[in-house]
Design a protein around this ligand. Structure first.
Ligand SMILES: N[C@@H](CCC(=O)N[C@@H](CS)C(=O)NCC(=O)O)C(=O)O
Length: 222
């Protein structure tokens, strides 16, 4: 039975999963959930994820939400190097994934919601929220920038789920204008991922097309 991934092509969270699946050669069925139409809050969808958030994986009777958990499930199923090659690497990958979820991606999401989500709802952004998010992003980015000096990847010498999770804020950074360009090693690492991981570049194009079309349709210039 084909694994289903529910989500919207404009979602940076879905991008983490569709990229990882492609890298691992997993055939998935993409089930579109139009977030602009609120389709993740229908009674039917809430049975899959009561939080009303995407992506969601369905593999037979198994249903998993949270992109990182989905990627761990897929990588374990495939015995993939994306999990890390040794026990030490695997725990380092998990360490960065947990950090990314709690201390990093959330501030990119917060900025997107303030600067872009609110524009769609005709509401002004709250500058104090944006400034708080920027301070947190700069603090995390400074550590990442130092970590990436002389390294190609977040963990070891190959791509892992840690790279995919930590790269996620770049999905919307050009639109929400979070201050990542101040950090040269981070920018170089992101460009390297785009240049060397075709699935990461392909899903960037999907996200850009979906969100830029929606912005144009709503007459929003950033
Ligand atoms: N921590 C979650 C984030 C999920 C999330 O925020 N998904 C967004 C799209 S990127 C969503 O489905 N939003 C729908 C809504 O808020 O109604 C994950 O990594 O999967």
């Amino acid at each position: 039975m084909t694994i289903k991934i529910y989500g919207d092509p404009g979602s940076g969270s879905r991008r983490r999963v569709t990229s990882a699946a492609k890298i691992m050669g997993i055939d998935i069925e993409r089930v579109n959930v139009d977030l602009f139409k609120g389709e993740s809050h229908t009674p039917e969808f809430l049975k899959l994820n009561p939080h009303g958030l995407t992506p969601v994986l369905q593999d037979g009777d198994i249903v998993i939400w949270e992109a990182s958990a989905i990627n761990l499930y897929l990588a374990e199923k495939m015995n993939s190097d994306l999990l890390g090659r040794t026990q030490a690497e695997r725990f380092e990958v998990l360490q960065w994934m947990f950090w990314s979820g709690e201390q990093w991606r959330i501030f990119g999401t917060l900025t997107f919601d303030e600067r872009i989500g609110k524009r769609f709802m005709g509401q002004p952004e709250d500058e104090s929220i944006v400034q708080l998010a920027f301070a947190k992003i700069r603090a995390g980015a400074a550590v990442l920038d130092a970590h990436l000096a002389g390294r190609k990847f977040i963990v070891g010498d190959h791509l892992t789920l840690a790279d995919i999770d930590i790269a996620a804020p770049f999905s919307q950074s050009a639109r929400s204008k979070i201050p990542l360009s101040e950090f040269p090693n981070l920018v170089a690492w992101q460009q390297r991922l785009l240049d060397t991981v075709p699935a990461w570049a392909e899903t960037k194009r999907e996200v850009d097309e979906r969100i830029d079309t929606a912005l144009a349709g709503a007459g929003i210039a950033l």
